[in-house]
Ligand binder design. Structure first.
Ligand SMILES: [Zn+2]
Length: 98
């Protein structure tokens, strides 16, 4: 389990020069401190800009701090398996033409 901890307006963030979320290099805009990793043992320590920090803040406020996120790309093309034929086989009990 990975826990992302965000501390808003943290003094630690003042050393960071880029936002770990959007990649902005406006170091004056990096105001928040993000730690990610297993609880108590963060393996990532990064700065986050004001905009990204407020997005993470809003998500956490709306869905609770214990939210688990799964991020996926929407599927835009059908895979081979999902292409349905125009003439599906008749189901048992349905005898066409009787
Ligand atoms: Zn950002």
């Amino acid at each position: 389990m990975t826990v992302v901890r965000l501390q808003r307006n943290a003094p630690e963030a003042h050393h960071a020069t880029t936002c770990a979320v959007c990649g902005s290099t406006d170091s004056r805009g990096v105001t928040d401190h993000l730690q990610a990793g297993t609880p108590g043992v963060p393996h990532e320590d990064a700065g986050v800009c004001e905009n990204c920090g407020s997005v993470i803040d809003r998500v956490a406020r709306k869905y609770g701090p214990d939210v688990t996120m799964i991020v996926e790309q929407a599927q835009t093309e059908a895979s081979e398996r999902e292409i349905t034929t125009a003439d599906p086989p008749a189901r048992p009990g349905q005898s066409p033409g009787v």
